[in-house]
Design a protein around this ligand. Structure first.
Ligand code: ADP
Ligand code: MG
Length: 246
């Protein structure tokens, strides 16, 4: 892929839920290796935008190009697309009857046809990467929330995604566990994983974001580099939002 082409190109996307216009002419480019932090008030459309990117929701207008292909086209198979786009939610939703390693091994084995031994080796490596190398045989209910969320991240990474979407990955966690999850996400960003992160953890944004996007009422209001944003060069609306959360 040529360097100049973004991994993800969202062009003028519109989304309605019945009479409600929840995404209004949204455009956003995400370059290879970039971390985009998406912020905005509750109900502004952040989750919906992520859900449109991996075709959990259809759009009613505009286009979304992922690796140069318009994924809003009817010929695109959502389950195929999702092999390349990892998603991590607020509630990690691990399979409770499977161990941490088995949770990570499942999709590579069933979807990609990877052998059990290969999947297991990869799971152990990923558990090391998310900093819980000794938890392979633990069941989800034997793990803390922060550890479970890191297993969920490892599970997404096992499919070798080209893009990771995180939807408020730490908002269900106790404060002492937030840091360990953000550290793992910052590691991924530093290694060049392309990602979009919905979070209000502005410390993470400062550390990891190449681009900060502020949404309000279904619109992308502002789009700034981390440097510009944290240098105080932000719109009044974004500043008002920041004043509320900081
Ligand atoms: P955010 O993630 O920024 O809090 P959402 O994307 O969840 O915002 O929601 C944006 C708007 O769309 C909200 O008004 C919400 O109530 C509405 N919405 C989200 N999902 C649905 C749905 N499945 N059906 C109807 N309305 C929805
Ligand atoms: Mg949301």
């Amino acid at each position: 892929m040529s360097k100049s082409k973004p991994v993800l190109e969202i062009i003028g996307v519109d989304k309605h839920f019945g009479p409600q216009h929840v995404l209004k002419n949204c455009s956003l480019n995400v370059a290879q290796g970039e971390t985009v932090v998406l912020i905005g008030p509750s109900g502004s459309g952040k989750s919906t935008l992520l859900r449109c990117i991996n075709l959990l929701e259809p759009v009613q207008g505009g286009s979304i190009f992922f690796r140069n292909k318009d994924i809003t086209h009817a010929s695109v198979e959502p389950h195929k697309l999702r092999q390349d786009i990892g998603m991590v939610f607020q509630n990690y939703e691990l399979f409770s009857h499977l161990t941490a390693a088995e949770n990570i091994m499942l999709a590579p084995m069933t979807v990609l046809g990877v052998s059990r031994s290969e999947a297991e080796a990869q799971a152990l490596e990923l558990l090391g990467k998310v900093r819980i190398p000794d938890k392979a045989d633990s069941f989800p209910d034997e793990l803390s929330g922060g550890q479970q969320q890191r297993v969920a991240i490892a599970r997404a990474l096992a499919m070798k995604p080209k893009l990771m979407l995180f939807d408020e990955p730490t908002s269900a966690l106790d404060p002492e566990m937030i840091r360990e999850v953000l550290d793992v996400m910052a590691d991924l960003s530093a290694e060049g994983m392309t990602s979009i992160v919905v979070t209000h953890e502005m410390g993470f944004a400062k550390r990891a974001a190449n681009q900060i996007v502020f949404m309000e009422n279904g619109e992308i209001i502002e789009n700034a580099t981390g440097e510009k944003f944290f240098g105080g060069d932000v719109s009044l609306r974004a500043q008002r939002f920041l004043d509320q959360i900081l």
